[in-house]
Design a protein around this ligand. Structure first.
Ligand SMILES: [Fe+2]
Ligand SMILES: [Fe+2]
Length: 334
């Protein structure tokens, strides 16, 4: 007998019924037979038939119990079940459907009807399985394409960051390190993977707006003039302008826009306060200050990580989110 033929399990405690059903179906299907509910469950979990013709009235375990048991297991819940019984009132039929059966045949049954219904439900089951398999393939393709698009976006972002840093060698690596610190701390603070991805992109590009500031100002040793500082302050808005039109599910442009905002409203460009500033930006702001202070600049030598941590501790709750400051102190003290 071909293994390609569907496997049908006949469950009935009456030998005469079994003989009729076997003779009806043996030419078209592989058949299994069980004379009790317990035997039916054993057979079904071992061989996973495509369809079960299930008698309801049986001693010890009735057909409803067998059906409920099969539908409760992920292993056997896909098996199509047709009830076969002499009970014909509507409530019996409804109960069968509620338990997950696909059909109901009333005894005494006509051979042609049994054949037709078994064939119909096996075809439906096959179609459903094919649709499910197709859906799985489509989902995998969508995931692959999404991953490719994300990789392209990441590579583009890295390239943009490099362009910015080429003009401004003193801050080369600054954005990468800020992104790393901010992501590590966001992870410690329990932010979602999605938020951490966004912080990473925002970190890598937060100062991209400096591309519009003359190199002579960016790289000039000594203290900046007020007018020069005003020019530099525009960079977070410029970063936003450059990033806002990149189609992306992550709001990294807005996070970059807010990286110089301060908790007490003394920051720029919009003097936002407290929760008006995104949590991602509050984290980025602290990472930015720590990295900038602990690195060399044209106008001063590196101040060191200890001095940077003292600075954020001093302004905990004033400029910087207290929880964020605590998480950074914790992060750098390890
Ligand atoms: Fe900045
Ligand atoms: Fe920065």
């Amino acid at each position: 007998m071909s293994v390609d033929k569907p496997l049908v399990l006949i469950v009935d405690d009456n030998s005469t019924n079994i003989d009729v059903l076997v003779n009806t179906l043996k030419h078209d299907y592989r058949l299994g037979v069980a004379k009790s509910g317990t035997k039916a469950l054993e057979y079904a979990s071992k061989y996973i038939p495509d369809l079960i013709l299930l008698d309801i009235m049986m001693p010890e375990m009735n057909g409803y119990e067998v059906c409920a048991n099969l539908k409760s297991s992920t292993h056997t819940q896909g098996i199509a079940i047709i009830f076969l019984t002499a009970m014909s009132d509507a409530s019996n039929k409804t109960k069968g459907f509620e338990l997950g059966a696909v059909d109901y045949i009333t005894k005494p049954f006509h051979v042609a009807e049994v054949k037709a219904r078994v064939q119909t439900h096996l075809s439906l089951k096959k179609m459903k399985e094919e649709v499910n398999a197709q859906n799985l393939i489509l989902e995998e393709r969508i995931q692959e394409k999404t991953a490719q698009i994300q990789e392209m976006l990441k590579a583009t972002i890295q390239a943009m960051a490099l362009i910015g840093e080429t003009r401004d060698p003193y801050t080369a690596g600054h954005q990468q390190r800020v992104a790393k610190f901010a992501c590590d701390v966001a992870h410690i603070m329990g932010l979602s993977e999605n938020q951490i991805t966004t912080i990473n992109f925002a970190g890598i590009l937060h100062d991209i707006g400096k591309i519009r500031i003359p190199v002579s100002i960016l790289n000039r040793p000594g203290k900046l003039l007020y007018a020069e500082f005003d020019l530099i302050k525009v960079h977070s808005e410029t970063s936003y302008e450059l990033l806002k039109n990149i189609p992306s599910p992550w709001p990294f442009a807005k996070i970059a826009l807010q990286h110089h905002e301060r908790l007490d409203g003394s920051g720029y460009p919009h003097k936002l306060k407290g929760d008006e500033i995104l949590i991602e930006s509050r984290i980025l702001a602290v990472a930015d200050v720590i990295e900038a202070m602990s690195s060399h600049r044209p106008y001063r030598p590196a101040l060191g990580i200890e001095t940077a941590l003292e600075e954020i501790q001093k302004n905990r709750g004033k400029f910087f989110d207290p929880d964020v400051v605590d998480a950074f102190i914790n992060y750098f003290s390890k």
